[in-house]
Design a protein around this ligand. Structure first.
Ligand SMILES: *Cc1c(COP(=O)(O)O)cnc(C)c1O
Length: 417
């Protein structure tokens, strides 16, 4: 049976690896080797792309390649490049597609490190980052010009939990002949079918739901196969021009790989292995994250001590209809609440017993954090308000524990206030 005909769950378990022909091992081996030995002709052929193979793990590793094939299969895409973290995925996309003098159009609702990457790092590289309101489709169109290289947004904005109309924004980008890049960390390919939403390039922190369990930092870039790479060749950085000139539609992937290899953003084989194991159970875990988060949000929403609860699954959420259409009636595991003051928020965090105070997300454990003075400490008050980050805001990454135990923990912590 052809792998592309398999359902999502089967691809999550079988794509990218067949049992080892020497030993029959059913798990992808951890190829813990910096280099790979070959005769000189073979080595030259691998270096020049005439023969598949590996020579040095910074540029490619068999365990990492198996994960890349599996992620490609999950998206039914053209290819994937795994990198050392979710941030490395975003940075690699920037270095490949844009250079000094260019601009990019970016949704305002962003993960804290991404926000700082754009404000503090990318801007100083001479790339103009134009921030637009995440859900305002006409705002994207107004910000674009001839030097715009791509549009970037998060499938569910962090920490506002607003949900942009991805298809409509993809149409805007495509009308200008540029790709739409979407960080799908909060939804994963299980909730968001990237191609049908019009996403050209996916960036994802595999650290979160794909690996699960809070085990390993990692990231990936997926080329969904929608973008016509020869279109973007003029004005592109040389690394992309050269790759697309040589390889056509496969040039995008080759350029991402080249940037990964030369900047050293490589994923460790051990982390690729842990992520492969996590991906096997992605759909089961996501279903539970989603149902637990819906229960938690519904509970918090009616609690008198909570001033605001945000969850795209609540029918009162401003983008509920868009989220329902895009993500098949599931809304992810992230919920935010506001408690009126920083003192009340910290008292609540201190009173939790099952839920841990921790900045990660997508773990089996439910995690809570007050993001304003931690993840978003670099923002001015004005920027924070714009990003939807407040002193009394708590972000919950709802895990896989029993729903009843989570509600009981929240109940007793809210009683302390
Ligand atoms: C965590 C996260 C990242 C960064 O991933 P790392 O693996 O921590 O570098 C990027 N985007 C989103 C939405 C995230 O949640």
């Amino acid at each position: 049976m052809n792998g592309d005909a398999w359902s999502f769950d089967t691809r999550a378990i079988h794509s990218g690896y067949t049992p080892d022909s020497d030993t029959g091992a059913t798990n992808v081996p951890i190829y813990q080797s910096a280099g790979f030995a070959h005769d000189p002709d073979t080595l030259e052929a691998i270096f020049n792309g005439r023969q598949p193979g590996f020579y040095y793990s910074r540029t490619g590793n068999p365990t990492v390649a198996a994960l890349e094939q599996r992620l490609t299969a999950l998206e039914l895409g053209r290819g994937a490049v795994c990198v050392s973290s979710g941030m490395a995925a975003i940075m690699t996309v920037f270095c490949t597609l844009a250079q000094s003098g260019d601009n990019v159009v970016v949704a305002k609702s962003l993960f804290g490190s991404t926000y700082y990457l754009f404000h503090g790092v990318i801007a100083s590289m001479g790339i103009d980052v134009r921030f637009v309101d995440s859900t305002d489709v006409s705002g994207y169109a107004a910000a674009l010009d001839a030097r715009t290289r791509f549009v970037f947004l998060e499938a569910i904005g962090n920490p506002k939990l607003d949900v942009p109309d991805i298809r409509a924004i993809a149409d805007v980008a495509h009308a200008h002949g540029i790709p739409l890049v979407v960080d799908t960390t909060f939804v994963t390919p299980y909730l968001a079918q990237s191609q049908s939403l019009g996403i050209d390039i996916v960036t994802v922190a595999t650290t979160k739901y794909l690996c699960g369990g809070g085990l390993a930092i990692g990231g990936a870039i997926v080329d969904t196969g929608l973008f016509h790479w020869p279109n973007c060749i003029s004005n592109s950085p040389d690394i992309l021009k050269t790759a697309v000139g040589k390889l056509g539609e496969l040039g995008g992937m080759a350029a991402f790989k080249k940037v990964r290899g030369t900047t050293g953003n490589s994923l460790a084989a051990q982390n690729a292995f842990l992520t492969l194991k996590g991906v096997e159970t992605l759909s089961l875990r996501m279903d539970r994250h989603c149902s637990n988060a819906m229960a938690v949000a519904t509970y918090l929403d009616q609690h008198p001590a909570v001033t605001v609860t945000q969850y795209p699954g609540l029918s009162t959420h401003a983008d509920h209809a868009v989220a329902t259409r895009q993500f098949g009636g599931r809304y992810g595991g992230m919920v935010t609440l506001r408690l009126g003051s920083k003192a009340r928020a910290y008292a609540f965090l201190n009173a939790l017993t099952v839920i841990q105070c921790l900045v990660n997300l997508g773990d089996a454990k439910t995690l809570a954090v007050c993001p304003r003075r931690t993840i978003y400490r670099d923002l001015t008050d004005e920027q924070a308000t714009e990003a939807g980050v407040y002193d009394d805001l708590i972000r919950l990454s709802v895990g896989l524990e029993s729903e009843a135990d989570l509600i009981a923990d929240l109940t007793q912590a809210l009683e302390v206030l």
